[in-house]
Design a protein around this ligand. Structure first.
Ligand SMILES: Cc1cc2nc3c(=O)[nH]c(=O)nc-3n(C[C@H](O)[C@H](O)[C@H](O)COP(=O)(O)OP(=O)(O)OC[C@H]3O[C@@H](n4cnc5c(N)ncnc54)[C@H](O)[C@@H]3O)c2cc1C
Length: 437
């Protein structure tokens, strides 16, 4: 066993999964997150636990990874997942020849797929457009990311991990081109301290390249910050996730999320994930495209919107397809090799659906480096979920350093209310000052 001290920067789905994997193998690991649960993209995503079908034709590796973890996450975190099923449907006038390509790509990626007669689909899903011409069912599901991350952190904590929410990395301690620690600022008290670590993992999603460039002058990772807007309709119209049968594009999916529907998405490049504007014309566009799949959307309109930023890795060459054509696969960078600065690794890309797999792969890499032989078991460890008595909520809120009101929203809310701009977890965190004393 190694006694190396490891830090993980970023407590989104990726960082939380890494911390769980490393702690479950008995390693000494600390998570450092500037906000709280779901402050980043993981609290502003579309809610889909991918079957991989969306990527089967143009991004087969991401499709294969998705279907593997779709099944694993459903087993280890059933309290976070709704087994909605998904349908991919072509409408009259769409390119009908795409159906064959789609079906064979899904089969190739190992995604269970079945054609559904359109009359049967319309019987089961009466709100779907009568213009449906071809339909396939696939095992898409939905996942509540706040619950998923809370469960990952609770489990990691029970395995010995240290969790520091509300702590922002504002620099590194570097000696002879080797990272020896991080400088952190407590965003509640304003206190600044330097913490010593043997290895630092940068899992800060859309902020990953900025942290490297601002604090280590490392500019080797080229990211594409692809923002996406989603609009929420205050009504659930279908049991299944409803997808348009075509290559991934804007406005091609309606996700049933508890009692609401989330229509998405768009894709536009931003410079700064902390400060970008959403084009209000996108709301109309998304409602109109959503209504092509489910006409009743027109009668309801939008109740609100939110937006998040995809942490994508730029392709080596411009494929000409914009950010939609960039792979949803993930990569690990060892900066000792790529930039001559040792003691720091970065992981970027991927999807919330592949977070556990990302955690496993970077932990395998680290264990190899440290000579640790323990294998990952995170595909079998059931994630913890607390008992919900008032006493336990109090203890839990202290141990996770989040206020009771935020925890209650996460634990009891049955809507997508916790997603996006309507809710500000960071503001809530600021209200929970006493927890940091
Ligand atoms: C519009 C949209 C729709 C999507 N839909 C889906 C979907 O349906 N299904 C799916 O599987 N995936 C989806 N994704 C992709 C998925 O949301 C992301 O891949 C995933 O959430 C990224 O997680 P992460 O942990 O890497 O990043 P984040 O969740 O962004 O976590 C990074 C964390 O780092 C923290 N951080 C930043 N700087 C610092 C610092 N200096 N110090 C400490 N902490 C710091 C941030 O606060 C943040 O919490 C979608 C993405 C978008 C944008």
């Amino acid at each position: 066993m190694s006694d190396a001290k490891i830090a993980v920067i970023g407590g989104g789905s990726t960082g939380s999964a890494i911390v769980h994997d490393l702690a479950s193998r008995g390693l000494d690991v600390t998570l450092i997150e500037r906000g709280t649960i779901g402050s980043g993209t993981s609290g502003r995503f579309h809610g889909l636990l991918h079957s991989g079908a969306r990527y089967a034709v143009n991004d087969p590796k991401a499709a294969e990874e998705s279907i593997l973890d779709n099944e694993v996450i459903s087993k280890i975190a059933p309290h976070c997942v709704e087994d909605t099923g998904g349908v991919f449907m072509a409408l009259k006038g769409d390119d009908q020849s795409f159906a064959d390509k789609f079906e064979s790509a899904c089969k190739h990626a190992g995604i269970p797929i079945e054609q559904i007669p359109t009359e049967k689909l319309l019987q089961e899903e009466p709100f779907i457009s009568k213009d449906v011409s071809i339909a396939f069912s696939v095992p898409d599901k939905t996942i509540n990311s706040f619950r998923f991350i809370t469960s990952l952190l609770l489990t990691a904590k029970s395995e010995g991990a240290k969790i520091r929410l509300g702590n922002e990395v504002i620099g590194f301690d570097v000696e002879d081109k080797a990272v020896k620690g991080v400088k952190v600022k407590n965003n509640i008290s304003g206190e600044i301290e330097t913490l010593k670590f043997d290895l630092v993992i940068n899992a800060s999603g859309a902020w990953a390249s900025k942290i490297l460039s601002d604090y280590l002058n490392i500019n080797s990772i080229k990211m594409v910050l692809s923002a996406g807007t989603m609009v929420v309709v205050n009504r659930r119209f279908a049991k299944r996730v409803v997808n348009r049968l075509r290559l991934p594009s804007d406005g091609d999916i309606v996700v049933p999320y508890f009692t609401e529907s989330i229509i998405g998405t768009t894709s536009f490049i931003v410079d700064n994930p902390d400060n970008f504007e959403v084009d209000e014309d996108d709301f109309k566009f998304l409602l109109a495209e959503g209504a092509k799949l489910i006409p009743a959307i027109k009668e309801y309109g939008m109740s609100r919107y939110f937006a998040g930023v995809r942490p994508l890795i730029a392709a080596d060459e411009d494929t000409g397809g914009g950010s939609r054509s960039i792979s949803r696969d993930f990569k690990i960078f060892d900066h000792g090799v790529t930039d001559g600065v040792s003691g720091i690794l970065t992981i970027v890309g991927g999807k919330l659906s592949t977070a556990r797999l990302m955690g496993k792969q970077i932990s395998d890499f680290i264990c190899d480096k440290l000579g640790v032989k323990t294998q990952s078991n995170t595909d079998k460890i059931k994630l913890l979920w607390p008992d919900l008595s008032a006493d336990n909520l109090k203890n839990l809120s202290k141990s996770l350093l989040v206020s009771e009101s935020l925890l209650k929203d996460i634990l009891f809310e049955t809507e997508s209310k916790t997603y996006g701009d309507i809710y500000s977890p960071v503001k809530d965190l600021l209200l929970s000052k006493e927890l940091f004393s």
